[in-house]
Design a protein around this ligand. Sequence first.
Ligand SMILES: *Cc1c(COP(=O)(O)O)cnc(C)c1O
Length: 224
Amino acid sequence: MASPLVERLRLLRQQLPPAVQLLAVSKGQPAAQIRELYGEGQRSFGENRLQEAQAKQAELQDLPDLDWHFIGRIQANKVRPLLACFSTFHGVDGAALAERISRIALEGGHGPRLYAQVKLLPDPTKTGFDPQELRRLWPQLRTLPALNWLGVMVMPPFGLEAQLLTALFEQACQLGTELGLPGRSMGMSGDWPLAVASGSTLVRIGGGLFGQAQNPDKIPATCD
Ligand SMILES: *Cc1c(COP(=O)(O)O)cnc(C)c1O
């Protein structure tokens, strides 16, 4: 009998259109869970902490074709080690960072795939390109050496209602089209059906795939 984890993977695959890529967000999950999904053919995994990812990559060295995506905030002083560990970056949120990634990737012989994270609504908890700024800078950004731009990534503010979410996803798609990029990294456990209906090409799913967090004691207690 399949484990609950494998059951959830199969169900998600049945629900997702075949053209939409599933990124299994494995942050906070042990390597054994990644190995189990690998056994089912899942290859793309998302992490948001360098050290945690390095530890899992060391444990999973025998799996040759894992595809690691970095979905966290990219710190300028970590770009070099991040490039060594990850093929794809979903949180490229500014021009100076893109230039830095380009320079270090060129030196190191890397060819990272990038999503430009865009901020379409004010949200103090998230970073991202202002859409106007991205349009303005795009002629320079697109020609930076060693970078493979795939598309746009969006993380909506928490608690948006469905109509606003849909509008936001559609705006992200529109911006991607203007930039001439086909990739749309949109949709998480709580909102992926709306994101897919709006044109997502890659959903980033953590809780909805892995179930509850592995270390409930590490989740900050809520205040009453
Ligand atoms: C954690 C995270 C996800 C996955 O969120 P879930 O709600 O657990 O599916 C997706 N994208 C980013 C950038 C994340 O940090």
